[in-house]
Ligand binder design. Structure first.
Ligand code: UDX
Ligand code: ADP
Length: 457
């Protein structure tokens, strides 16, 4: 049986960093070490300018770092010293060969498993933290157990359910924690070690245990269900625009039914983020590989609807701006895939920006936290792109504003001043339905919300 004292996390990203920081804060009797191959990232974690923006994260790191939390690039030494290893490296969608565009690219995972087997001198519990296709734990387990050193390795699946922007709250007060293990004596004992850690701050009845495949699958299914709700309401937004119904009113009306519930019914320009699309594609690929074509088609439709919603948004812009955007300047207000994060992975703003550039529009991008990421995302694109932190400056000489992210700070801008700066007639496309549409219409904008009547002059 493995007794845990030293905990390592491989991968200091959006998942590994906040998760370990909160664990370290809540479990002072354990030592936490986070390693990454990216030196810049580790340097940032060791500085006062953390590599990711997450409300509340700075305080948590400041309390735990130097006490029982450290960051380094010394991966192998970290592995040697650890009793429990969380693996939180990236698992992008495969871009080549079998399953390209759908399956997860597991090369980093397999390398990590082989490295752990090679370097280890003592038995260890290895915890899958990254989202992975179902049955990855089995592959990991076989690689680890093929070591010739007579060491014991137990593999657990502990999927992460935190959402960016609310990660610290989600970690401190999770709806549930899920731990999957092999149902053997050693597997269950390893599971209990991790249960003990979580129970330092999470209610007993919120720590769920399951077999390892259920745990792995639950992660994909949770994200697929959440994304499906967004696609469902987005499909209705198109119908609302055609029928003069109002999608926000429909959301409130259906969400008041406790069987449906009110969360994740906010219609938008589309969902983004590192998980939803990737996890659904994974689910689709898994269903297909088991010959379940109807299941695969059912879930693929969630992505098709999301693509349609983004395309529809751009088409609406083109159509209403007299069928030409060439030479027009458009302010993209928000680039992050949601508010309260600097992350732009799969952000609908990327798609919209590309399409506007194809139409030969000039674009100016304004976001309180995501300008650096936006620059990286658009670095290979041709066309007139500028970046501006100040929304008033950014609105100068623009023909239109497209709201892409629901940042609170965008709700209270002085739209009168922005309108004064713009070419007339001025257009406003609210991809998040965050503005007071009547008010901005009264200022003089032609307003196009999602899933409700446009207000034009
Ligand atoms: C998601 C899951 O929520 C989380 O549990 C999992 O661990 C990782 O994936 P995240 O991608 O960080 O988290 O953000 P989330 O809040 O789920 O939002 C995803 C996307 O859906 C965002 O682009 C958001 O703007 C959009 N969304 C969400 C809507 O358009 N409408 C909604 O009602 C809710
Ligand atoms: P997530 O959102 O899942 O946390 P990120 O891309 O933010 O994903 O983080 C994954 C991290 O894993 C990156 O910082 C990357 O450098 C790191 N990483 C990838 N492969 C390895 C590896 N073999 N050893 C250590 N770190 C790795």
């Amino acid at each position: 049986m493995i007794k845990v004292k030293n905990i390592l996390c491989i991968g200091a990203g959006y998942v590994g960093g906040p998760t370990m920081a909160v664990m370290a804060l809540k479990c002072p009797e354990y030592n936490f070490h986070i390693v990454d191959i990216n030196q810049d990232r580790i340097d940032a974690w060791n500085s006062n300018d953390l590599p990711i923006f997450e409300p509340g994260l700075d305080e948590v790191v400041q309390q735990a770092r130097g006490r029982n939390l450290k960051f380094s690039t010394d991966v192998e030494q970290g592995v040697k010293d650890a009793d429990m290893i969380f693996v939180s490296v990236n698992t992008p969608t495969k871009t080549f060969g079998l399953g390209a565009g759908e399956a997860a690219d597991l090369q980093y995972w397999e390398k990590t498993a082989r490295m752990i087997a090679e370097v280890s001198e003592t038995s260890k519990i290895v915890v899958e933290k990254s989202t992975l296709p179902v049955r990855t734990a089995e592959a990991m387990s076989r690689i680890l157990k093929s070591n010739s050193k007579n060491l014991e390795f137990e593999v657990l699946s502990n999927p992460e359910f935190l959402a960016e922007g609310t990660a610290i709250q989600d970690l401190l007060l999770p709806d549930r924690v899920l731990i999957g293990s092999e149902q053997t004596t050693n597997g269950l004992a390893a599971c209990q070690e991790l249960v003990n850690i979580y129970q330092e701050w999470v209610d007993k009845d919120k720590v769920l245990t399951a077999n390892i495949w259920s745990a792995e699958l639950s992660k994909l299914v949770a994200n697929a269900f959440l994304a499906q709700r967004v696609s469902s309401i987005n499909s209705i937004s198109a119908l609302c625009e055609a029928t003069e119904a109002n999608v926000d009113e429909v959301s409130i009306a259906i969400g008041a039914d406790t069987r449906i519930g009110s969360k994740f019914l906010k219609s938008s320009v589309g969902f983004g983020g590192s998980c939803f699309k990737k996890d659904i594609l994974n689910l689709v690929y898994i269903a297909q590989s088991y010959g379940l074509q109807e299941v695969a088609d059912y879930w693929r439709q969630v992505i098709i609807m999301n693509d349609y919603q983004q395309e529809r948004f751009v088409l609406k812009m083109i159509k209403n701006m007299f069928n030409t955007l060439a030479g027009k300047k458009i302010l993209i207000l928000g680039f992050a895939f949601k508010a309260n994060t600097g992350d732009t992975r799969e952000s609908p703003a990327i798609f919209v920006a590309k399409k506007l550039l194809e139409e030969q529009a000039s674009i100016v991008i304004c976001d309180p936290k995501a300008i650096d990421s936006a620059k990286h995302d658009l670095k290979d694109l041709e066309g007139d792109i500028s970046y501006e932190l100040d929304p008033y400056e950014a609105s100068k000489d623009c023909h239109a504003i497209a709201v892409m992210t629901e940042w609170d700070c965008f709700k209270d801008l002085d739209y009168q001043s922005m309108h004064n700066n713009m070419v007339k007639p001025a257009f406003l496309f609210d991809g998040r339905n965050i503005l007071n549409h009547q008010k901005v219409h009264d200022i003089g904008f032609n307003v196009y919300p999602i899933g409700k009547d446009s207000l034009t002059h």
